[in-house]
Structures are given as structure tokens and as C-alpha cells.
Design a protein around this ligand. Structure first.
Ligand code: IMP
Ligand code: MG
Length: 179
């Protein structure tokens, strides 16, 4: 275990199993759809996006978007800035947003509206982690890997000050790291 962690919350094996389960669910739901595009939100979704896609066996494309609402703090500012936009149009496409964690819901609520305004045929959300206790805006989440408590977690794409994204598991930081 990394020295800055208090504990490992979700192991690599558990995450891989969740990615497989969610991919199967998505595939069942999309069986009759063509034009499916997976949009990963950078940078947090990189590891999960890769694991999810390896379990997807249907015609699809992928794209990435990068937004920020956090700056350097642990709490969402509620304002979402687009740092990198989609590289292809999504008109009439069935979009599946792939996210690392839903916290206040501000990011996903903004992106869902943004994609709808861009004439997506459907917009669904697939998140590795969900922190429902912190929600500020209501949002429908279609696919959830794990529910987590109100603790700041890192690893498997998730960062604190850009570090720890490379860890192959999800863990809870020691409080002294951010206090
Ligand atoms: P929201 O807009 O508040 O839902 O925030 C979503 C984004 O906040 C996620 O994509 C993460 O980048 C970040 N975030 C929220 N909670 C955590 C956490 O516990 N660890 C690391 N990043 C987090
Ligand atoms: Mg993120």
C-alpha cells in the first residue's frame, strides 16, 4: 500500500469485476442502438475507461473531454470550465459519459445539459464511484461501480493535487496529507 494512504478501500480485482459487470449492463441496454460513443472525462476516468472498454464488444467510438470545477481545493466550486472539448460531433449519437466519481453532481449536470444541447440522441452516465451524501444537484446515474462514504479517495485515476492517479486501487488519504 502507498505510504500516504490510510487504507485501501477498493482493490484492483474488485474494480476490474465492476468494470466487467457495468460493461455487460451497458451492452444489454445498447443492444438495439447503433452510434454509441463513450466519452471519458479527463483525467480521472482514464484507468476506468480502459477497463470498461476492454469488456465492451459492440460497434462504438470513443472521445474525451476535460473540464474542471475543483481548482486546487477538495470541494467543487460549482463552476465548470471546459479545458478540452469533444473532438467529434455527437448529433444523433447515444452518448455514455464515463466518469471517475460523482460528488456534488455539478460536473455531470453541466455536461449532460451540454451534450443534450449538442443534439445527442441519448445521454447516459457510467461512474466508477458515487458519493450520494455530497449531492448538491440531483442527477440520474445509470451505471454505478461503487457507492462510497464522504471520504476523500484517490487512485485508479482519482487525484489529490494531480498525484496518485497511477495507483492500481482506490484508497483513502491520510488526513495529514491535506490538513
Ligand atoms: P462534482 O462536480 O462535485 O460531482 O465533482 C466531480 C469531480 O470531482 C470528479 O470528477 C473528481 O475529479 C473530483 N472529486 C470528487 N470527489 C473526489 C474524491 O474523493 N477524490 C478525488 N477526486 C474527487
Ligand atoms: Mg474528475
Amino acid at each position: 500500500m502507498h505510504k500516504d494512504l490510510q487504507k485501501i478501500l477498493i482493490s484492483e480485482e474488485e474494480i476490474k469485476a465492476a468494470a466487467k459487470r457495468l460493461a455487460e449492463q451497458i451492452q444489454r441496454d445498447c443492444a438495439d442502438e447503433d452510434e454509441v460513443v463513450f466519452v471519458g472525462l479527463l483525467k480521472g476516468s482514464v484507468q476506468f475507461m480502459a477497463d470498461l472498454l476492454k469488456n465492451i464488444d459492440m460497434k462504438c467510438t470513443i472521445d474525451f473531454m476535460c473540464v474542471s470545477s475543483y481548482g486546487k481545493s477538495l470541494k467543487s466550486t460549482g463552476r465548470v470550465n471546459i479545458i478540452k472539448d469533444l473532438s467529434e460531433p455527437i448529433d444523433d449519437k447515444n452518448v455514455i459519459i464515463v466518469e471517475d466519481i460523482i460528488d456534488s453532481g455539478n460536473t455531470l449536470s453541466f455536461i449532460k445539459k451540454y451534450f443534450t444541447a449538442k443534439n445527442a440522441k441519448s445521454v447516459r452516465i457510467c461512474t466508477l464511484l458515487n458519493k450520494p451524501s455530497r449531492r448538491e444537484v440531483e442527477i440520474d446515474v445509470d451505471y454505478i461501480g461503487f457507492e462510497v462514504d464522504d471520504e476523500f479517495v484517490v487512485g485508479y485515476g482519482l487525484d489529490y493535487l494531480e498525484y496518485y492517479r497511477n495507483l492500481p486501487y482506490i484508497g483513502v488519504l491520510k488526513p495529514e496529507i491535506y490538513e
